[in-house]
Design a protein around this ligand. Sequence first.
Ligand code: FES
Ligand SMILES: [Fe+2]
Length: 366
Amino acid sequence: MTGQDPPAPVRSLAARYYTDPAIFEKERRGLLSRTWQFAGHESQAREPGDYFTCEIAGDSLFCIRGRDGVLRAFYNVCQHRGHRLVEGAGNTRAIVCPYHAWSYELTGAFRNGPNVEAVPGFDGSSIRLTAVRSESLHGFVFANLDDDAAPMDAWYPGVREELADYVPDIGALAPLEWIEVPEACNWKISVENHSECYHCVLRHPTFATGVIRPESYDIQPSGEGYVLRHTTECQDLERMSYPIDLSVPRAGEYRTFLLWPMFSFQIYPGNVLNTYHWRAHGVDACTVWRGWYTPGGAESAVIRQLAAQDLETTVAEDIRLVESVAQGLKSRGYRPGPLVLDPEGGLNSEHSIRTLQQWMREAVDD
Ligand code: FES
Ligand SMILES: [Fe+2]
């Protein structure tokens, strides 16, 4: 006998990571509350007093623009007896709790409350809304419930610069539409599906023949930080399903930046920015939003048509895949199979899934 046995193949994650409510609860309290989560876009709160709410790791938050122009994030909870402060989005001169009308400044400082002066020693200056860390990445606002979290540039090195390179007008963009897509599956099934293209040619014919060139597709972890980069080129111009102008730098390229755990910037050929963001509602339910952007949120027939095409093809095709996998992972008959890891990388390799599943394990294993 010569040589050594080949190493055992790397197997996909055990089904319980996607089906066990205790693992989901651990993720909610740990991973999802210690990572950067998408809160909204700066354009939703341009003027002082503008606010919008969001939910992160099961907690309600809101972001509000101060008179000093700063956008701040707070837990959406009154410091009196815990009523929720604001709903949806709007504009207000002060934050007034609907329960007993305690009010707060736009900075979160306590302002006043009926009859509080009757309380001996009442010290309003010691009361303020609980702030949440937030950051803007080219107008995209992210929050992190962990006060000690490293900044986004440390989590996702280089992404800020690369986005500006591929989408030079990114700072001027605003959402044209966010399309909400409920999926009956664990959030990790959906994020994994988004993060490999091994299924693209078979399951996404419009994407693979009318948007990108599958032959050059590759996905690589960054080596540092928690980001997966997808790279390829546009499809032949005569096959493209929408017009692009190749005289614009980077217009012929396609990129995706998956920011672990559940946000993705995607740049379609033609420098078209679009996004995915997910919310996990429970062990077997999540929502993904497809976001499309134009300068100032202005109407664009081309982007509307591309968003509609994407919804009818890639998104619809993916829902069927992820919901089938969600059912399959509950089957008594499922044994996790080997990942297809091609040392050459490329379209038909699941390197990115190996990396994601490593991060998934690290998040919950003791
Ligand atoms: S709970 Fe908000 S004022 Fe009482
Ligand atoms: Fe897909």
